[in-house]
Ligand binder design. Structure first.
Ligand SMILES: NC(=O)C1=CN([C@@H]2O[C@H](COP(=O)(O)OP(=O)(O)OC[C@H]3O[C@@H](n4cnc5c(N)ncnc54)[C@H](OP(=O)(O)O)[C@@H]3O)[C@@H](O)[C@H]2O)C=CC1
Ligand SMILES: Nc1c(N[C@@H]2O[C@H](COP(=O)(O)O)[C@@H](O)[C@H]2O)[nH]c(=O)[nH]c1=O
Ligand SMILES: [Zn+2]
Length: 343
């Protein structure tokens, strides 16, 4: 059996759900009998059946009798606790599956390998850590959620060749049309997008996903002094916006919300996670806002669109120090992904 090949298929399947899993991990599963895939599935949406359930349910009626003699591949340790769905460890035992191959352990302290020892004690033969780092990468947002009680944070901005984010006081479009589609795809994969008041005042942005399939994230604007005009797009369109201020704003329209408190980024983030189910957050800018997240070490990855434009002067872009994880060339733009390996 080629363990790595089937685990790569689990990873492919898991990725299909993107951010639809919300606060859950992305997980894929494949059921293999005599080197033939007889079932596969993935966790498709928050609260929905787990990957193992979908893989077992996908087996054709004429192959059901092969399940007990098959190997189950799962990118993440099967659950052994009653969450929104019954435990998958019990499903494995119920189906009499005797061989299990797992990508990585569940970082949830309530699990952390415990279901693997439980299944082993019941006679299931277990192989672990197949494509481990790839499987761990898949569940990175979940790991941050569960261990830090906050969203997985992606800092995203475009910069000129001479490292400016914008001209002073005016909206300055730097990146190309391909990057725009890419950034709307990023919006579709995240549950929240956050900006500072200057960006809202100067750009009057929509911050919606208009160019890719899927939903738009919740727009969040830090506006302590209520300086964003009532007429701005964020406050007048029909989509949800959450304003963060120190005194309440009057006459908020339908779908608009506000949290009034003395701003503390850690508290804001844990409230976004717990009260708004934001598992993945884009911090879009501007430079001041991004700087605050960097100063507080509240970020997980940065996605920087490096463009060909030269501005000469303007708002200096933030200096991101981390580990280069990937490069994507979109015509004249180069998008770098940098992970925060220091926190
Ligand atoms: N190239 C790109 O990708 C992007 C460029 N931009 C550009 O950036 C420019 C604006 O950037 P910049 O001037 O740096 O301003 P910001 O948009 O970052 O807004 C700064 C303001 O936000 C509030 N704020 C945000 N975070 C905090 C915090 N942690 N604590 C306290 N207050 C906070 C404060 O206002 P208050 O006191 O009112 O709360 C602060 O003055 C615009 O020209 C825009 O076009 C913007 C986004 C992306
Ligand atoms: N200038 C700049 C960006 N700016 C960001 O995009 C926002 C506008 O979003 P929208 O109104 O939805 O189109 C703007 O307020 C700022 O947050 N983004 C980029 O990908 N590249 C760019 O060059
Ligand atoms: Zn499960």
């Amino acid at each position: 059996m080629n363990h790595e090949l089937y685990m790569l298929r689990c990873i492919d399947l898991a990725q299909k759900a993107g951010g639809r899993v919300r606060l859950n991990p992305n997980v894929g599963a494949v059921l293999v009998h005599n080197d033939q895939v007889i079932g596969e599935g993935y966790h498709e949406r928050y609260g929905g059946p787990h990957a193992e359930v979908n893989a077992i349910n996908s087996v054709a009626p004429e192959n059901k009798h092969l399940i007990a003699d098959s190997t189950l591949y799962v990118s993440l340790e099967p659950c052994n606790i009653h969450g929104k769905t019954p435990p998958c460890a019990m499903l494995i035992l119920k189906n009499n599956i005797k061989k299990l191959v797992v990508g990585c352990e569940d970082p949830n302290p309530r699990m952390a390998g415990s279901s693997l020892s439980f299944l082993a004690s019941k006679g299931v033969h277990i192989t672990t850590n197949i494509k481990q780092s790839e499987c761990e990468k898949l569940i990175q947002p979940f790991k941050v959620n569960i261990l830090n009680n906050r969203p997985f944070i992606t800092i995203k901005f475009a910069q000129s060749k001479d490292f400016f984010m914008s001209k002073e006081g005016e909206q300055t479009w730097l990146s190309n049309r391909f990057s725009k589609i890419w950034s709307h795809q990023l919006r579709s994969e995240n549950h929240g997008i956050l900006i500072g008041s200057n960006t809202a005042v100067i750009d009057n942005p929509a911050l919606t996903n208009r160019l890719y399939s899927g939903d738009s994230p919740l727009r969040i604007c830090i506006d302590r002094k209520n300086s964003v005009p009532d007429e701005s797009t964020l406050l007048t369109d029909s989509l949800p916006t959450l304003m963060i201020n120190e005194t309440p704003r009057k006459n908020l329209k339908e779908h608009k919300d506000q949290w009034t408190f003395d701003l503390d980024l850690s508290i804001l983030l844990s409230r976004l996670y717990k009260e708004k189910q934001i598992g993945r957050l884009i911090v879009e800018g501007g430079a001041y806002t991004i700087g605050k997240f960097l100063d507080n070490k509240l970020w997980d990855q940065a996605m920087i669109i490096n463009t060909e434009r030269v501005l000469g002067s303007g708002i200096k872009s933030p200096n991101i120090i981390g580990k280069l994880e990937g490069e994507l060339n979109l015509e004249s733009d180069k998008i770098l992904t940098i992970s925060n390996n220091l926190c």
